[in-house]
Write a protein that binds this ligand. Structure first.
Ligand SMILES: [Zn+2]
Length: 300
């Protein structure tokens, strides 16, 4: 597994190899903007009874750095949790739950659940829309059914729309989204959530893009010519599909969006890899806790 050059495992372990180091890091990040008691809002605290915890001077509430974060009640050791985040966010292939279970000696469902939490932290903040030249296209995942061609209506397929910045021949940042069909209504969210309205968007001649020109006046359409006019984005689609196939051979429809988010979290930071781990951990601190129940039944 190819790991980050900038942050080798040796270096990672030097910084986060012990429970004390991980808890100190969480504490420093969690209360970076100052402490405030979750129960009574007082801003005064003393050292708590537990490792790196803070105890409210007014009401006595003792808060752990992991409380109310995605590290809440991790049962396999905070230092192992940090290393799992390291493996998931920095390994080229993304470390699936079977691999993690073996490596850390935990049950596969435990690794899967924690992996879901890390994925939640890799979800886009939608705060940095794509700018400049942006190419948009769609693709399908799944075996083509007999007699199907082009934009099919098969229920078995998973459809995805992808947008990638085109920077003088090379690709910049990108995002993708699962879509139900190829209607303008289904294509619209990736535009409104991930593309700046003044971007020079290029798509093929598909009619579903036409209504979007109202909100994206620089959207142009050219013939795809079987993808020949969109070589860069087609290469990115192949890369994504290879990654998904190689790392997560089984990925059902319900979870595809999360794998897409994970892929592009890493993709968009491929030139700033040192910050990947810090960013993921920061996001895990501000994200509210998730349980197996809320993950399996998102509505509850
Ligand atoms: Zn208090």
């Amino acid at each position: 597994m190819r790991l980050l050059k900038e942050l080798s495992r040796k270096e990672f372990r030097k910084n986060f190899g012990t429970k004390e180091q991980c808890m100190a890091y969480l504490s420093q990040k969690k209360w970076a903007d100052g402490y405030q008691c979750r129960k009574c809002s007082s801003e005064h605290y003393i050292k708590g009874k537990h490792l790196c915890s803070r105890r409210c001077k007014k009401c006595g509430y003792d808060e752990s750095p992991t409380a109310n974060t995605l590290f809440h009640k991790v049962k396999f050791g905070i230092e192992n949790a940090f290393e799992m985040v390291y493996d998931i966010t920095t390994s080229k292939k993304g470390a699936n739950s079977i691999w993690l279970a073996e490596r850390f000696g935990v049950r596969q469902p435990t690794a899967w659940l924690f992996r879901q939490k890390v994925q939640a932290a890799m979800k886009s903040s939608k705060a940095h829309p794509l700018i400049g030249d942006v190419h948009v296209d769609e693709f399908e995942i799944g075996t083509p059914q007999k007699g199907e061609q082009g934009r099919s209506k098969s229920e078995k397929k998973m459809r995805v729309v992808i947008a990638i910045e085109h920077r003088s021949g090379a690709c910049g940042r990108g995002y993708a989204k699962v879509i139900q069909d190829y209607s303008a209504a289904s294509l619209r969210p990736i535009f409104t959530e991930h593309i700046s309205s003044d971007a020079d968007v290029l798509a093929d001649k598909w009619t579903g893009y036409i209504p979007l020109k109202k909100s994206f006046p620089n959207l142009k359409q050219i013939k795809s010519d079987k993808g020949r006019n969109f070589p860069m984005i087609h290469q990115q689609i192949r890369n994504f599909k290879n990654w998904l196939r190689g790392v997560h051979s089984y990925c059902n429809k319900e979870h595809l969006e999360e794998y897409i988010d994970e892929y592009f979290f890493r993709f968009n930071r491929r030139n700033h890899r040192q910050s990947i781990l810090n960013k993921a951990i920061e996001r895990m601190i501000i994200h509210k806790p998730m349980t197996r129940k809320t993950l399996l039944n998102p509505e509850t």
